[in-house]
Design a protein around this ligand. Sequence first.
Ligand code: FEO
Ligand code: CA
Ligand code: CA
Ligand code: CA
Length: 640
Amino acid sequence: MTYVIDDPDDRASNPSSAPTFAEVLSSRLSRRALVGGGLGGGLIGFLAPAAQAAPPAAPGSPVKGGSSTSLLGFAGVPVSKDDTFVVPEGYVAEVLIPWGTPILSTGPAWRKDASNTAAEQAEQVGMHHDGMHFFSTGKGPAGSARGLLVLNHEYVDPIMLYPEGPTAMTAEKVTKALHAHGVTVIAIEQAADGSWSQVDSEFNRRVHGNTPVDFSGPVGEDHPALAANGPARGTLNNCSMGHTPWGTYLACEENWNGYFGTTSATWTATAEQKRYGVDKVGFGYNWHLADPRFDIAANPKEIHRFGWCVEIDPQAPNSTPVKRTSLGRFKHEGALVTESKGRVVVYSGDDQDKEYIYKFVGERPWRHERAQGNSPFDNGCLYVAKFHDDGTGEWLPLVHGEGALTVANGWADQADVLLRTRSAADAQGATPMDRPEWITENPRTGDVYCTLTNGSGQHNAANPRTPNPYGHIIRWQERRNDKTGTAFDWDLFVLAGDPAYDSRVTIKGDKYGSPDGLYFDADGRLWIQTDISNSSQNLASKGYDGIGNNMMLAADPRTGETRRFLTGPRGCEITGVVTTPDQRTMFVNVQHPGESTTAWGTPTPANPRAVSNWPEFDPDGRPRPSTVVIRRLDGGVIGA
Ligand code: FEO
Ligand code: CA
Ligand code: CA
Ligand code: CA
């Protein structure tokens, strides 16, 4: 069976020979060892607080006034190999909106044998919950008790999605899969007893693989590269996300190449397609066998409609999602949207081995753009990161006519640069990284952190281990904290892993590997979520037997102190994290519980429960990706 390749992100499709973030990091680390202080001392606390902007006041913050009180106030949980979801003592975790839940009370009921039709799936919560944001819809304290939860559905597991599994792909099955992808917008409310539930609202909505979409920026909807068969529809493989100061949501498209394939004997990949990992079989979904839309030979321009960040206004349920092409086309993990000098700044990682970290800077203040009726994402400059081994870095512009991106070198215009963002970044000399995942900003310092989940090993100082099965977290500070600029200083926050197998691990506290989700709460607590691959989880042969199931931890960025906050059920990934404004409720997603793992086995249509049966443990049911709502029994701030 080839329908799902384990971690295709681990296979590089970048032939570049530029020094990788690992080459840069090794050389930097050796230099550090020479100048003294050692690895650990060099990794933590390199940023001078004096240079940093004053932090905003945060609710429930124990660090107001610069106190050195630890940000971590909970009792850590042990590693787990059990099929359970575990939170610290004094906390409660409740399941909300599992896959298949009707988004309105009048919608089609979930059927535990997976026999819901494609049409029904379009009215139900999608599969494989991922990045997520909570948009308050009330003011003051009410804003923490009512809001719109907006979440991505990254991909589908065909064994779980259909009663008969992935065999014999049909048009109906492709459509059901498309409807299980995308985004859910759902109104939720907290009751007097503290519990949360979904409520019917005009905002409840699904955006999925067949939803009409628009394009803006240099690759506008009339661009010839987008002239595929039929109108532009859908968003796919929505991994992580961003949210804007003006209240919209950015769903990011990650492994979109995997949905395309062909049986054409004569088809061969173009250079551009190769660079994005497009081939004849994709990730084995076989949609192209039943839907010509995904036949890369018959409908080669359809794929240009994917690889973007998609802006969705959750407060405008009839609005058309817009793909913002100025932000580049690659395997966007997520999009951290922040503001500097009034201008919008967007950081985004391209999650594949040996790929890059990007930044978009708006040309004018975003309020000015909005007042003129423009999108703040349409005018600006896209950059890619170069990490020098001396701890400095620079943002290289991906602008047509600059550097190597000239007509003489085959670059037609800015739209061409954006359609082939990866190749443009190659040409400008970007630094290859160990799979860039989530990016988040410390609200107290302005430092930006990025998870590098794992990789084959680069050859640069920013990715110092070769191979790197455990991953690390890098951080940078823009010079003078001006995020519109092009110079920065970087360092490593942590090298993750199990010290029993790797003495270079620098975690101060509970161990973990393959960091992926990353989120700063308003107090400056750093939440770290893991996505250890199914082929490594719980296995001694991979150095992961001591780490257990995927988890979430909290770290105090001032000290590096790290504590395990929760562990997930078997076969899952923990991803997606956000708190209410008062920080007294946290939402976390459990993605792909019960997926095939080397340690626990492979589920089948006859026994979808072979690995996990979380969260319902119904003897006739199946595991269901879900949002988990976490609260403190005493109503306190999460993590404090
Ligand atoms: Fe969708 Fe890179 O995780
Ligand atoms: Ca991820
Ligand atoms: Ca991941
Ligand atoms: Ca995963």
